[in-house]
Design a protein around this ligand. Structure first.
Ligand code: TXA
Ligand code: MG
Length: 318
């Protein structure tokens, strides 16, 4: 079984030798490889069984480092980097030639972020190369927020898991770029739109629901558990289904009776931050439960609630 530890020297050595290491970030765990080593990057796609048309995010430890591999070409993106890095924000920047085409699936932009996790920042400084890291889950499944999630699903395919504890945001980064002169959000995530708008004014949502390779990351049936998952009001869904057959994912006050069900309340006190932290863990637990199906309700569509709802809707697509 793959070793789990906190040794950044070991992790750095493995990465510089072309190996794969799961790394902690504030959002979710990443499956990292040296972005400058094409063979290593190739093995990331293989380990995840991820299609090559779906590009990877590179992780660096500072804005200056990002500039070695990409050009901002726009003051607004630079402002966002200065305001939110390290943090749950990925920027689509113009790729420089030193980033291999396999990382970006041939696209001209490269996705870059500075993660907010001290162990991984330490590791990035040690390796001093960008790390290409998608979320450390098999393609299409729920992202991992704890080391054991990675161990369970990818343990036989990777060489080390850097244990940084549980992720403190729990949702993937928000992805932002410029298109036709507008600041566009391509994926809702750990940095709420309201935050971006405070800094830049109105932004455009380009949240796609397609399997179009040009709109990567927004594949419709992403973040999906194996079990059937249905969205609605919990009370309504319980009328249609035998409660004992259901795992329930809810939020806030519980105004339903569900004998025999297992209830996962994302946040009994209606705290969106807490709900984000619990979302992927609960989806996994519900998926592993003895119940036949998962029923869930949407959260208030604001702040982190928007990204959470986005993930729930994608999880529910069959
Ligand atoms: O929080 C996160 O972003 C985590 C942690 C590990 O950093 N990473 C993550 O990676 O969620 P991944 O690969 O699971 O999702 C990244 C998304 C993908 O859906 C991909 O399509 C999109 O970002 N993406 C990457 N590079 C892109 C590019 N050059 N243009 C457009 N979209 C891109
Ligand atoms: Mg992912």
């Amino acid at each position: 079984m793959v070793e789990i530890g906190i040794n950044t020297d070991t992790a750095a050595q493995i990465l510089l030798n072309g190996g794969l290491v799961a790394i902690p970030t504030e959002t979710v765990y990443g499956l990292a490889a040296n972005a400058l080593n094409e063979k290593a990057v190739l093995s990331v796609f293989e380990a995840k069984q991820r299609p090559f048309f779906d590009p990877l995010i590179i992780h660096v430890f500072s804005i200056e480092k990002a500039m070695e591999y990409a050009e901002f070409n726009d003051e607004r993106l630079e402002k966002l980097a200065k305001t939110y890095w390290p943090g749950p924000l990925t920027l689509l920047l113009t790729k420089k030639k030193n980033i291999p085409g396999i990382v970006t699936s041939g696209l001209e932009r490269v996705a870059v972020r500075v993660p907010d996790h001290s162990l991984t920042l330490d590791l990035l400084k040690k390796v001093d190369v960008p790390l290409a890291a998608p979320s450390a889950n098999p393609f299409g499944y729920v992202s991992p927020t704890e080391p054991k999630h990675v161990q369970k699903q990818l343990g036989d395919k990777i060489h080390y898991i850097l244990d940084g504890g549980n992720c403190k945001v729990g949702l993937e980064s928000t992805i932002v770029g410029i298109e036709d002169g507008c600041v566009c959000v391509y994926r809702l995530g750990g940095l709420p739109i309201e935050e971006l708008e405070k800094t830049l004014g109105e932004v455009k949502l380009l949240i796609n629901n397609s399997s179009d390779p040009k709109a990567p990351g927004q594949l419709k049936n992403h973040y999906a558990p194996q079990k059937k998952i249905v969205i609605g009001t919990i009370a309504g869904l319980l009328k249609l289904n035998d409660p004992a057959k259901t795992a329930i994912i809810c939020y806030g006050s519980e105004d339903f009776k569900a004998p025999g069900a297992t209830v996962f309340n994302l946040s009994p006190n209606s705290d969106l931050k807490e709900a984000a932290l619990n979302l992927f863990r609960f989806l996994r637990l519900a998926d592993e439960s003895e119940h036949e199906m998962i029923i869930c309700e949407l959260l208030p569509d604001k702040g982190l609630g928007r990204a959470i709802n986005d993930r729930l809707k994608r999880a529910a697509v069959t």
